[in-house]
Write a protein that binds this ligand. Structure first.
Ligand code: HSE
Length: 436
């Protein structure tokens, strides 16, 4: 049978990995897919560089629209990124009847509803395994492997840059700013790392996982997003003394009132496997009714790990493209006419537990006043740690771990504690998840 013909839009890190792995493993991939998969056309602004990667037998152009217009191309792989021209090209490829594979989480998290609707109308597939957690097949697991289950929650370390920064802060006692500079010098972090360190990249990925886990539309605009820029090394140390590590988690939970969708730094018990995911690695925990808790771990970025996910999608499309569109796996796991309208909950309705650090005057009665405020708000305390005041110091740090409560109550209690004259600095609040 004639090989499936693939056109790459962009041949940077992931594109070149995709080309290389397809070449290297072509026999193995053909045995799995049932026919060959060949990159026959590449569009990249740097034509000379692209040619140096793919050689002379692949057509290289500088205009992505030439790939889309080529009637021989079956699948367009979008590896440009962002939601500017990439959105336009993906919609044009769909309109031209091409199947699309993309690693672009930002595009799908923000414009997924429009893109999946267009693909549904044209009867083409849009596959995005590479968009979440790089080489970890988490989309396939959520959409197909766990299809028997009612998924209850998922929590993931889905941004390698921030996990690397947190690991270094903990290991070496360095500040956020110092580790970020080091990561940039080593090429781990982007020159503009805003999307990573502010939690936006993780929120894009959490949004996509949430949609396929619960059968809700992609709703990035409703996600709560908090990054790690405000995190202080002392909180990492105090957390450790209490048996926790701090991770940037993407969390989505089903509750009777709606879906929680949030990204923020989070205390996780040190004994959980996910708390021990270090450096740039990714991991996602999923809790579902039949299977219980499962954990998926691996490289969340990089040329060949991400290529592994892109090629898995190419193989899926190769196997399914002749199937009746109604009998293919739905883009978002659930049939488009069976989506749930459960709302995404605002953050003040989320229920979780907390780590609080208060810089307080070292005086009699301070602890009683603080715990009194928490008791009045019906917030139960799990543990208290007080740093011994240093010699000559008239202040100390009070660390409190709480049990679960609704965020609105905690906001109110923090506002009241902040008003105490014996609370000397803004209170640090980090959320905590037991993940059990
Ligand atoms: N910038 C991402 C990370 C990789 O640091 O994990 C691509 O999603």
């Amino acid at each position: 049978m004639k090989p499936i013909q693939v056109g790459l839009l962009g041949i940077g890190t992931v594109g070149s990995g995709t080309y290389e792995v397809l070449q290297r493993n072509q026999e193995e991939i053909k045995r799995r897919a049932g026919r060959g998969i060949e990159v026959t056309m590449v569009a990249d602004l740097d034509v000379a560089r692209a040619k140096s990667i793919v050689g002379s037998h692949v057509q290289v152009v500088d205009d992505a629209r030439k790939v889309i217009a080529n009637p021989d191309i079956d699948i367009v792989v979008e590896l440009i990124g962002g939601y500017g021209i990439a959105k336009q090209l993906v919609l044009e490829a769909i309109e031209a009847g091409k199947h699309v594979v993309t690693a672009n989480k930002a595009l799908l998290a923000v414009h997924g509803t429009e893109i999946f609707a267009a693909a549904h109308k044209k009867g083409v597939m849009v596959a995005f395994e590479a968009a979440v957690a790089g080489g970890i097949p988490i989309i396939k697991a959520l959409r197909e492997g766990l299809t028997a289950n009612r998924i209850q929650w998922l929590a993931g370390i889905i941004n390698g840059t921030t996990n690397f920064i947190l690991s270094e802060m903990r290991d070496k006692g360095l500040t956020f700013d110092d580790v970020l500079k080091q990561a940039q010098a080593l090429g781990y972090a982007e020159a503009d790392p805003t999307f990573d360190i502010e939690g936006v990249d993780a929120a894009h990925k959490a949004t996509l996982m949430s949609a396929i886990a619960f059968g809700v539309p992609v709703q990035f605009d409703k996600a709560y997003v908090e990054g790690i820029t405000q995190l202080e090394s002392q909180d990492i140390k105090y957390a450790e003394q209490l048996g926790y590590r701090i991770k940037l988690l993407g969390i989505s939970k089903r509750t009777p009132a709606g879906i929680e969708l949030r990204v923020h730094p989070c205390l996780v018990p040190s004994k959980r496997l996910i708390a021990n995911v270090e450096g740039a690695m990714n991991a996602v925990m999923v809790h579902a009714d039949a299977v219980g808790t499962t954990l998926y771990y691996g490289k969340g970025a990089g040329s060949e790990p991400t290529a592994s996910a892109v090629i898995a999608d190419l193989v899926d499309i190769t196997r399914l493209h002749t199937a009746d569109p109604l009998n293919r796996v739905p883009h978002l796991a659930f049939q488009p006419d069976a989506m749930s309208d459960l709302p995404v909950l605002p953050m003040d309705q989320v229920v979780t537990s907390y780590y609080l650090r208060l810089r307080v005057a070292d005086q009699a009665g301070v602890l009683a006043k603080v715990t009194g405020i928490l008791a009045n708000a019906d917030i139960s305390i799990d543990a208290v740690l007080q740093r011994e005041a240093g010699e000559g110091e008239s202040h100390t740090d009070l660390i409190i771990l709480t049990h679960d409560c609704v965020e609105a109550k905690m906001n109110q209690a923090i506002a009241e504690m902040q008003k105490l004259t014996t609370v000397l600095a803004p209170i640090t609040r980090i959320r905590k998840e037991e993940l059990n």
